[in-house]
Design a binder for this molecule. Structure first.
Ligand code: ZN
Length: 342
């Protein structure tokens, strides 16, 4: 056993030296991965401020509510805040409620639907920012180098990728949808399905998708029809050789393989999903095609999504038999002639 280990070291040693030397010369970013303590600190801070999963609780705004206990001396309009919170009053005099449901739904969608919601990781909860661009295609690229572009409509994040308000302390991070939803229970019950079914939910942080699935009702999560993910894969994802030979520790969530595969299990379980756009970046691509195939394997498990597109921000081989339409950067003849193995 010891002899085979020595033999393996003798055989693999030169390969490792060539690999490190080549990477340092031609792709230094691969070797300039964030140091482990920094990765660990970021992970621990995000763990401390992770949104807590949904607990079973009495619904505050949903209809129907349980029948209140009959108390003859306390009929009609409630008086205390607690009674107000738990009492449903029929809104027959409301002009909004006098409209047909179809018209009310048009109003709800105009206020809180048919838009792109960028989901952000805040301290102990999630938030969402409405896309400021005219269309999804016009939304500025969220990534610059290895992190979110600060000029985009994602706002500003700290070193742990947790959103932080800047400028106006009252900066909203709820998509400005709460005032309408809190109007009354009937409005809430009629409008809340449209919030999930008519908006595109946009992510640049895998943890946000994981937390969203755990912090809202499954029926709401399954009502989501449109999803976009933009993610910068972290080296050396799925590169067993590099992980074993160059690093003694593995990647921290959400940059590790386990989180990546969990995310795709969650997406595979989204019953209402009809549109999925994934935009991936990874330096200048995978070391070999086998690693890329391992990364794409969980995506192949997604079934029944009508419009599923994947963009890989690096050159590579054609992917066959996948449930998604894959695109890569357009290469020119000049690019091909100078292409290296990276
Ligand atoms: Zn945007």
């Amino acid at each position: 056993m010891r002899a085979s280990g020595v033999l393996l070291s003798i055989l693999c040693g030169p390969c490792v030296c060539i690999y490190v030397g080549f990477a340092a010369c031609f792709c230094p970013a691969r070797l300039h991965r964030r140091s482990e303590p920094e990765d660990k600190r970021r992970f621990e801070r995000r763990q401390r401020h992770a949104p807590r999963p949904l607990v079973v609780r009495k619904r505050g705004l949903s209809i129907p509510l349980p029948e209140p206990e009959p108390e003859p001396e306390k009929l009609d309009i409630p008086s205390s805040p607690e009674e107000l919170k738990q009492t449903t009053v029929f809104q027959e005099k409301s002009r909004l409620m006098a409209l047909p449901l179809e018209l009310r739904e048009m109003i709800y969608k105009a206020v809180l639907g048919d838009d792109v919601m960028h989901v952000i990781h805040k301290e102990n909860k999630l938030g969402h920012l409405r896309c400021k661009a005219k269309s999804e295609e016009d939304c500025p690229k969220r990534w610059y180098g290895e992190g979110p572009c600060r000029d985009s409509c994602w706002g500003v994040v700290d070193s742990s990728n947790i959103w932080m308000p800047v400028g106006d302390p009252a900066e909203r991070s709820d998509g400005d949808v709460l005032p309408l939803l809190q109007t009354c229970r009937q409005v809430y019950s009629e409008a809340i399905p449209l919030l999930y079914s008519t908006n595109t939910f946009s992510f640049i942080d895998l943890d946000c998708l994981r937390h969203l699935s755990a912090t809202i009702l499954p029926s709401r999560f399954n009502a989501i029809k449109s999803l976009t993910i933009e993610w910068y894969l972290t080296w050396p994802l799925y590169d067993d050789f590099a992980q074993r030979m160059l690093f003694s520790t593995s990647l921290y969530p959400p940059h590790d393989e386990a989180t990546w595969e969990e995310i795709w299990r969650i997406i595979a379980g989204m019953k209402g999903l009809q549109r999925l756009r994934v935009d991936l970046n990874y330096f200048d691509g995978f070391r070999d095609n086998e690693c890329e195939q391992k990364m794409l394997a969980p995506l192949r498990q997604i079934k029944g999504v009508k419009n599923f597109t994947v963009y890989l921000g690096w050159k590579g081989k054609e992917v066959i038999g996948a449930p998604f339409k894959l695109t890569r950067p357009v290469t020119t003849g000049a690019d091909d002639s100078s292409e290296d193995d990276w």
